[in-house]
Design a protein. Structure first.
Length: 117
């Protein structure tokens, strides 16, 4: 298996106001280089839905870096920092699974929308 650091990847200019207005031209161009991964000045950028679905459960290989993000901006102890590190995607393993299972029904489409009277 090839190491991600060895891949040739497109760079997405996430700080560019034009990117923020409409990122899709850059993402489409990045997909020409790699189908689901690019880089930014801040790290890797996964731009493929299926890839995100596939890797989100690989806690043994990947993890969210919300603590590092909070540290980078020097905002420890703020409400924003608390939100970042305590949100569902900020947790891994059993804690993530437990929270996800407890709230999953609220985010799952019902199979029937008709109501009998």
């Amino acid at each position: 298996m090839q190491n991600v650091a060895e891949l040739e990847l497109a760079r997405l200019p996430v700080d560019d106001p034009e990117f923020r207005k409409d990122p899709m031209p850059w993402i489409r161009a990045a997909r020409e280089v790699h189908p689901w991964l690019a880089t930014t000045d801040y790290g890797y950028f996964v731009h493929g839905y299926q890839a995100i679905k596939d890797i989100i459960y690989m806690d043994d290989k990947l993890r969210p870096s919300f603590e590092e993000l909070v540290e980078y901006y020097g905002v420890q102890g703020t409400p924003w920092a608390k939100f970042q590190v305590e949100q569902l995607i900020g947790h891994t393993g059993d804690k993530h699974r437990r929270i996800r299972m407890s709230v999953g029904d609220a985010f799952t489409r019902a199979t029937s929308t008709s109501i009998s009277t």
